[in-house]
Ligand binder design. Sequence first.
Ligand SMILES: *Cc1c(COP(=O)(O)O)cnc(C)c1O
Length: 232
Amino acid sequence: MSSISTALQDICRRIEAAAVEAGREPSSIRLIAVSKTKPPHKIREAFDAGHRLFGESYLQEFLEKRADPLLEGLPIEWHFIGHLQSNKIRSVIGKVSLIHGIDKISTARELSRQALRQNLHANYLLEVNTSGESTKYGMAPNEALSAAEALFALPSITLRGLMTIASPDAALAAKEFGELRHLLEQLREVAPHPEQLSELSMGMSGDFEAAVMEGATMIRIGTAIFGARGAG
Ligand SMILES: *Cc1c(COP(=O)(O)O)cnc(C)c1O
């Protein structure tokens, strides 16, 4: 068995164990295999092991990989998890089922405008900076609350939930995951369609079990599946 397939099995077991410990249904948590910087044959290896959901962070790299002969036409579900500038939005619509990293009202407006123009619909998550670290992207939680009404009103796009990258410190990370869940609950109270606003994208290789404990519905794992980046 390949190391990628073994790693996938191992992660799935750990997600399941954390879910059981949290009293949650393991199937309520989706694993996004983060394949950024990894070559198409590694993605193909994970696909052949049965995995279908992949996350990419860099637009040009993503567009090249999805058109690669090893991957083209496969029933892969792609998520875009990187930072997207407004001028790149148009190229990603229709190619991914979820965009995780929208962190400004102006970017959401552009997403809406481009989706409308292309006669497509886009699902997105709002990136929230729960750590308060100034080097991180994301809206402050109170900013997200005040932006909510404007975001809900935008046509051709649907806000499906929240995404965060937590602090490296485990205790802080657990607190930040809890804060993201709390923010989602607050947003659901004012949402016109709260049933559509249900996703919490949080947890990476180093902290996903804590994220599952705090209610993550999507976890984004790169290193623990594909190995360290920069190591092929
Ligand atoms: C790279 C990346 C990940 C995966 O991180 P690992 O620590 O390798 O699991 C998750 N989320 C985002 C937004 C990323 O850019």
